[in-house]
Design a protein. Structure first.
Length: 487
């Protein structure tokens, strides 16, 4: 019998998984659902199903709405599951009339993952194989405002029951809602909806030496605050549903955030101030309003951000020195394997704010951003460094960055500035490197020359380097690709 195209694609995908060492003889899947709320609504445009490689049984994955793009406010979709080994995924467009009318073929991004897809049922079905976890955008007809965001998480290995000693089991009833008990070592959110009706500001404050577990299926309608605390862990597969902010980490140290989803906060997803040893991984987030940054760190040091997906209507990642009630240098920040989608502003923004009252200024240094995908941008600087408020910025590296879906943008907007957000110009930018950066061919024509400007003869941009930066197949050329203004 002649093999079908679907069979051939699946066989080749499985073979590639085997070659890369990611295949498993015992693949595993975990699918979980949530209780709908006013903010968390079921999506009827898509259906998603998954199955472990070698299995005949498909499992349905719930699909939910998310709001995106503050300037073209739209309802997109997201779905997620946990996996280990090799799994097959099937996405079906159930309401094709809602998609864009053009004829672009269905796509799975990031393109850098190189995943082969089989398109069926008249272009309304996509079938593909995953060898490892990842974050993806499924787009039919080129529609990026109503697309499906698909999150294949690693398997959840840390679990709790809510019956552990010293545990506050938040089940939504009675006095068990009081999470201000200082000696709690575990706060457990069971599957279901949780809202702190009687707490000020709809906030939940986390004490030191505490683990917060958002069980799969839990929906928490509150902001989590870690303030003047240490040794805090916020983990699980739950959702923070339309909070004022997702998670605040201020004047704290040794904080882990792992595995949760933040759905359309009114402001930041993760806000860090004057904190150290902060780790964020496997975080997924959407935003569609003003000042809805993804992860912002101010006067923080020794932070690791890894395997995150951020689609925001303001900066995806922003690193500053002093702002508001936080003072001090920022340094030792590492970002790896992030998927960034900025509907407005910058995927990365470094250095705008600092302490202009300090004679020499604060320092922001040793920031490394590597192995990341930028899926979309419409602003000026994708990897922006705007140095204001007497900041001294140095030793910043961007490496192995893939860019696609760019409508308009620059590789970098790197300037010493005194603008609307600053009380004084910055001091200098120095020792910056952009290496192994690739703009996909279809986006290369939309890239503007990088803006590299001094403020004056004493406040400017020092040494910087572009190495192996490609616009499609064309190598970066300083004369054509840099708007360099010295003063």
């Amino acid at each position: 019998m002649k093999p079908t195209p679907v069979t051939v694609i699946l066989f080749l995908s499985l073979f590639l998984c085997f070659l890369t060492g990611n295949a498993s003889t015992h693949p595993r899947l975990s699918v979980y659902s949530y209780t709908p709320t006013d903010g968390l609504r079921s999506n009827e445009v898509y259906s998603v199903s998954v199955r472990a490689s070698g299995s005949d049984e498909w499992q349905s994955v719930p699909v939910w709405d998310c709001e995106v793009d503050m300037h073209h406010r739209s309802t997109a979709a997201f779905a997620q599951f946990d996996m280990e080994g090799t799994v097959e995924v099937r996405v079906k467009l159930e309401k094709p009339a809602t998609m864009a009318a053009d004829t672009l073929p269905p796509t799975l991004r990031p393109a850098s993952r190189g995943i082969d897809c089989t398109i069926g049922d008249g272009g309304t079905e996509m079938l593909f194989t995953l060898c490892e976890p990842g974050y993806f955008s499924v787009e039919f007809g080129g529609d990026r405002h109503h697309n499906l965001h698909l999150f294949a998480n690693p398997m959840l290995k840390e679990t709790y029951t809510g019956n552990e000693p010293g545990c506050i089991n938040w089940n939504g009833g009675g006095k068990q809602q009081d999470v201000f008990v200082k000696d709690a070592n575990l706060i457990y959110f069971a599957p279901g909806v949780h809202r702190p009706k009687d707490l000020p500001g709809e906030d939940i404050r986390i004490p030191s030496n505490c683990t917060v577990f958002l069980a799969p299926g839990s929906v928490v309608q509150a902001r989590l605050i870690v303030d003047h605390a240490e040794n805090v862990r916020i983990v699980g597969r739950g959702i923070l549903d339309h909070p004022l902010r997702g998670i605040e980490v201020t004047h704290s140290r040794n904080v882990l955030i792992d595995g949760i989803t933040v759905l359309n906060p009114r402001h930041y997803t993760v806000f860090g101030g004057a904190s150290s040893n902060v780790t964020v991984r496997n975080l997924k987030s959407f935003s569609a309003g003003s000042w809805t940054d993804g992860i912002d760190l101010m006067s923080c040091h020794d932070a690791d951000i890894e395997n995150v997906f951020l689609r925001t209507s303001d900066d995806c990642l922003a690193f500053y020195c002093h702002r508001w009630w936080y003072w001090g240098d920022s340094y030792g920040i590492n970002v790896r394997k992030a998927v960034l989608w900025c509907d407005f502003a910058h995927p990365v923004n470094i250095g705008t704010h600092g302490d202009d009252r300090c004679e020499e200024g604060e320092e922001l240094h040793h920031v490394n951003i590597s192995d990341c995908d930028i899926l979309r941008n419409t602003g000026d600087g994708m990897l922006a460094i705007n140095c204001g408020d007497k900041n001294r910025i140095h030793h910043i590296t961007f490496s192995d960055i893939r860019m696609e879906g760019i409508e308009r943008g620059r590789i970098t907007d790197m300037r010493v500035v005194h603008g609307a957000y600053n009380r004084a110009p910055g001091n200098y930018i120095d020792q910056v490197e952009f290496s192994d950066i690739k703009v996909r061919e279809e986006s290369a024509a939309h890239i503007l020359p990088s803006r590299i400007h001094d403020y004056d003869g004493e406040h400017g941009v020092g040494d910087y380097k572009f190495r192996n930066v490609y616009y499609g197949s064309r190598l970066h050329d300083s004369a054509a690709d840099e708007d360099r203004q010295r003063k």
